[in-house]
Design a protein around this ligand. Structure first.
Ligand SMILES: Nc1ncnc2c1ncn2[C@@H]1O[C@H](COP(=O)(O)OP(=O)(O)OP(=O)(O)O)[C@@H](O)[C@H]1O
Ligand SMILES: [Mg+2]
Length: 314
């Protein structure tokens, strides 16, 4: 009896131990599974973080590169602006000098000549021998020719004072100067003319001078090189802040490959670009030449002019 009880107790203890062992094994197994799952979750989070760090470094690099490029572009723009401003300073200095010489010619030289002419006239009257009087008359006449012709024309070429009377009258007078050489068709935008008449400062002095100089050189080129019978000078406003002047002839045109640009073409571009504008030479063999310059109403503009075709070759 005692041994049966003993055996039952041992069996019970054995079963209990087995159950505890199984429970412990199951807990350890469950804990191990949890740890393994968490470990793989941690690994994937780590991989994801690594990828994000790589992406972020790439993004930072891209941004740094973009910032560098922007800084370079800003520096290039600043340099271009500086070049344009220095061109403008050169042109202004040249025009100031021209104006001074023109003033001297028109003022003191002309006044002295007028005085000398009057003296000659008096001498002419007082001169006794007829031969001497005739000489003096001749001299007097030559002085007057010099005064009315060369001195006046040189001083007006040096500086177009007519611009003070307005841009439209200046263009009309320029057209008149070339009228004898070919037919001139002056096409002026009516709205621009109306606005300029009511506001003399609508177009800045520098723009008027630049447009006048470009038209003057283009018309001179037509007379010198084009063999044209007709030229059209057109002034309009392609947009509210810009004017455009174009000079188009029906002459022989020229091949840009064979003809080197002289000072005239370079000068026209300089005048336009110094103002932040541009000057395009459109030419086609046997189809004439067109000079088209776009200039800002006000001076100077910090941003470059909108796109415009530079050259159209045949
Ligand atoms: N309207 C035109 N028709 C035909 N050829 C032209 C015309 N304008 C310019 N050219 C050609 O382009 C060349 C360069 O012109 P550009 O005005 O620069 O120099 P240029 O007139 O020869 O000399 P300058 O320095 O006195 O102006 C001319 O020599 C001429 O061959
Ligand atoms: Mg020329």
């Amino acid at each position: 009896m005692f041994s049966i009880e003993n055996q039952l107790i041992q069996l019970w203890i054995g079963s209990f131990t087995l159950m505890v062992t199984i429970a412990v094994v199951i807990s350890v197994w469950a804990a191990w599974r949890t740890i393994t799952r968490q470990r793989s979750q941690l690994l994937s989070v780590n991989t994801e973080l690594d990828a994000r760090v790589t992406d972020l470094s790439l993004e930072i690099e891209r941004r740094q590169q973009a910032e560098k490029e922007l800084a370079e572009q800003a520096a290039a723009l600043a340099r271009a602006d500086e070049v344009r401003l220095s061109r403008q300073r050169i042109i202004t200095a040249e025009e100031t000098l021209r104006r001074k010489i023109a003033q001297q010619l028109h003022g003191s030289v002309q006044n002295r000549l007028i005085f000398l002419t009057l003296r000659l006239k008096e001498l002419e009257k007082a001169a006794a021998p007829e031969g001497l009087a005739a000489e003096l008359r001749d001299l007097h006449q030559k002085f007057e020719e010099l005064l009315d012709g060369e001195i006046r024309s040189i001083s007006h070429q040096l500086y177009p004072y007519i611009l003070h009377s307005g841009f439209v009258p200046a263009l009309q007078s320029l057209g008149d100067q070339f009228e004898g050489f070919m037919e001139i068709d002056l096409q002026l935008d009516q709205e621009l003319m109306r606005r300029e008449r009511s506001d003399r400062h609508l177009i800045s002095d520098e723009t008027k001078l630049a447009a006048y100089r470009i038209a003057e050189e283009a018309l001179t080129n037509v007379v010198k090189h084009a063999k044209a019978s007709k030229v059209t000078v057109k002034l309009d406003m392609p947009s509210p802040e810009w004017i455009r002047i174009s000079i188009k002839d029906n002459g022989q045109g020229f091949d840009p490959e064979k003809v080197a640009a002289g000072l005239g073409i370079v000068g026209m571009r300089d005048y336009a670009e110094a103002m932040g504008g541009e000057c395009a030479i459109l030419r086609a063999k046997d189809q004439g030449t067109e000079v088209s310059a776009r200039l800002p109403l006000a001076t100077p503009v910090a941003t470059p002019a909108p796109e415009h075709p530079q050259t159209v070759s045949p």
